[in-house]
Design a protein around this ligand. Structure first.
Ligand SMILES: [Zn+2]
Ligand SMILES: [Zn+2]
Length: 173
């Protein structure tokens, strides 16, 4: 018999919303198989260093090796998480551009979006349209960013709008 995908329940529940978020450091640790502490990748004959980012307990990347956690090969192993503790907070490289645009759109004192109330309402109405395509949404975000960046001071608290730029060096704002 095939595996049951879902089971009908007696109680009907209406889901009001689904929320996505980034895992907390504690959750990442709980989901992980090992803590990465070595900065080196290889030792000796190109063997992955234990507790390095290539440790085979997180899965393998070559056809002839097997995973040290589940014993499966490259095609079967689903991969297993590891985590490393950072000494200082850093911007996530995958969210770097989004972080900059958000900072350019909001007030650095009160965190409101730097748009006047009628503009805010108009954009909100457009963005809440469920049939909006990805490209149309992206274009609207672009328009909001351009408008918000031009504000000399915050329409809410009147704090001056400071510029936000990518800094010199890697991942600095
Ligand atoms: Zn595995
Ligand atoms: Zn403000």
């Amino acid at each position: 018999m095939p595996k049951e995908q879902f089971r009908e329940a007696d109680v009907i529940k209406k889901i009001s919303h689904v929320q996505f978020c980034i895992s907390s450091p504690e959750e990442i640790q709980q989901e992980s198989h090992l803590r990465i502490v070595s900065k080196n990748l290889y030792q000796g004959q190109r063997q992955p260093v234990p507790y390095g980012v290539l440790d085979k307990r997180m899965g393998v990347s070559t056809k002839d090796a097997t995973c040290d956690t589940c014993g499966q090969g490259l095609n079967e192993c689903i991969g297993h998480f590891g985590y490393l503790d950072l000494a200082l907070p850093v911007f996530h490289i995958g969210h770097f551009r989004a972080t900059i645009s958000i900072l350019q759109m909001i007030c650095k004192s009160c965190s409101h979006v730097m748009l006047r109330e009628p503009d805010k309402r108009a954009y909100e109405k457009k963005l809440l349209n469920p049939n909006l395509s990805y490209l149309a949404k992206k274009a609207l975000h672009g328009q909001i960013l351009t408008k918000a960046k031009k504000q000399a001071k915050c329409p809410d608290c009147e704090a001056p709008n400071g510029g936000v730029k990518k800094g010199p060096g890697l991942l600095k704002i």
